[in-house]
Every structure is written in C-alpha cells, then in structure tokens.
Design a protein around this ligand. Structure first.
Ligand SMILES: Nc1ncnc2c1ncn2[C@@H]1O[C@H](COP(=O)(O)OP(=O)(O)OP(=O)(O)O)[C@@H](O)[C@H]1O
Ligand SMILES: [Mg+2]
Length: 225
C-alpha cells in the first residue's frame, strides 16, 4: 500500500508515495531540512485525519518544538491536539539505556496505535552506554535493538520516518542506512556561485524511483521542489 508524503511533487519522485508500512531514513548534515521535511509530512497527514506522533530524542521541550514550526503555513495548533501527539524522551530515560527507551516507545507511542511516526534523531542512540541491568551496551547490541524497534513498528503497520545526521561523504560507512527500507538524503551544494538545497532518494525497497538530485527550497509554505 502507498501512503502520500503530503509534500508537493515528492510522491512522483517516489513513483506513488511512501510504501506503508516501511521505515524511511531521512539523512543529511546539520540544517539540511530533515526535521522540516518530516514535520511537513506529519502535519499534513494529521490534517487528513491520520493519527500521527513526533518523538524527539533530543530531550527538547515540546514548547520549543512547536515554536520552531509555528512560522510555517502547514502548522495548525488545533491539529496538534486532535491527531498529532508530540513526545520528547527525557535525558533520564535516555540515560537508562535500551530497555527504558523501548518501554517508553511502547507505552507512549505504540500503545496509541499511530499510523505515522517521526523519530528525530536516531544518532542519540549511539550514545547509549549501558543496558537496563547496568552493564556496558555494545555496538552490535545497538543494531539488534534498532532492528527490533523497526520490526515492532512494521508489525503495527506504521509509516516510520527517522532522521539521522550524517555527512554525504560518510553516509555509506554509517551504521544506519542499510537497516531502513527507504533512504532519503538531503544536502546543500554549490552550483557555480549559489548554494542550493537538494533531495536525493538513495533507495526505496520494492519500488522504482526518480534517481538524481532534486533541487528544493524551504519557504514559509514548507518544502518547494
Ligand atoms: N520559514 C522558513 N523559510 C525558509 N527557510 C527556513 C524557514 N524555516 C526554517 N528554515 C530553514 O530550515 C533550516 C533548518 O531546517 P531543519 O531544522 O529541518 O534542519 P535539520 O536537517 O533538521 O537540522 P539539524 O541537523 O540541526 O536538526 C534552517 O537552516 C533554516 O534556514
Ligand atoms: Mg533537525
């Protein structure tokens, strides 16, 4: 089943929208538009009646998350209360490690049976140092932890978008891209004198897509290709 991105022109690049359920990694360096892209998709899906959840792993206050977005025309306060829930995982929960994070996601997000979820950003999981039984948490366990997490979302038929901060040059050596069904890279590059933003679909499991870099700008109306 396909589910719209709710971002103009994006669905045609994806040859019909996102596959649901699936996991989408939105990767790029700092300030490339990862959060904006995910939020625009989430807000517009919520406006169409889809049950949505945004999960910040950065322990930011929900007020700050909302404030940053309120300048966009897709922002709609009423919708936030009706169909879009915003969660911020506290640094205490993050510090308790893998089991506490899994439990938080289960009890706060999965229990409410959302249709579309954004997790922003997955890099924070790389900082987990200990497990719930207070022994060191190893890199190979991180992979298994995230795989279990992705499977849980998949089994609940959720469209999951996850942001990840990587530079274009080290994207292929990163732990994350191969674990996801779809990988979308955002970047900024110089075209002669003028820098511009681009979006490139790196892979989309089970579908063809438009290859190459698609230029976009971020405006008050959101992402414009
Ligand atoms: N209304 C707007 N009009 C134009 N550009 C905007 C607007 N609002 C935000 N931006 C741009 O969006 C950029 C930030 O986008 P976003 O927060 O989605 O990036 P990010 O990839 O999530 O960054 P980070 O890695 O820091 O989380 C800012 O640098 C800003 O230039
Ligand atoms: Mg961000």
């Amino acid at each position: 089943m396909r589910s719209p991105s709710h971002i103009p022109k994006f669905d045609s690049f994806l040859h019909g929208g996102f596959i649901k359920p699936s996991s989408i990694l939105v990767t790029g360096s700092c300030g490339t538009g990862k959060t904006n892209l995910c939020m625009e998709s989430l807000f517009n899906a919520a406006k169409q009646g889809e049950k949505c959840a945004y999960v910040s792993m950065l322990s930011e206050s929900t007020n700050k998350i909302i404030r940053t977005l309120s300048s966009f025309s897709f922002y709609d306060e009423i919708n936030i209360m009706e169909k879009l829930s915003i969660y911020s995982i506290s640094s205490d929960v993050m510090a308790k490690g893998d089991f506490a994070i899994f439990e938080y996601l289960n009890e706060n997000i999965l229990k409410n049976k959302p249709s579309r979820v954004v997790i922003d950003t997955i890099n924070v999981l790389e900082d987990i140092e200990s497990t719930f039984d207070e022994r060191p948490f190893y890199k190979c366990e991180l992979r298994a932890f995230v795989q279990n997490l992705l499977q849980e979302f998949d089994e609940q038929n959720i469209l999951l978008m996850v942001t990840c901060e990587t530079n274009a040059s080290d994207m292929y050596s990163s732990l994350w891209p191969y674990m996801f069904d779809t990988v979308i890279q955002l970047g900024i590059e110089n075209d002669g004198q003028t820098p511009h933003r681009y979006m490139e679909i790196i892979k989309e499991k089970g579908s063809d897509f438009d290859m190459g870099k698609h230029k976009f700008s971020i405006t008050d109306d959101g992402i414009v290709f």
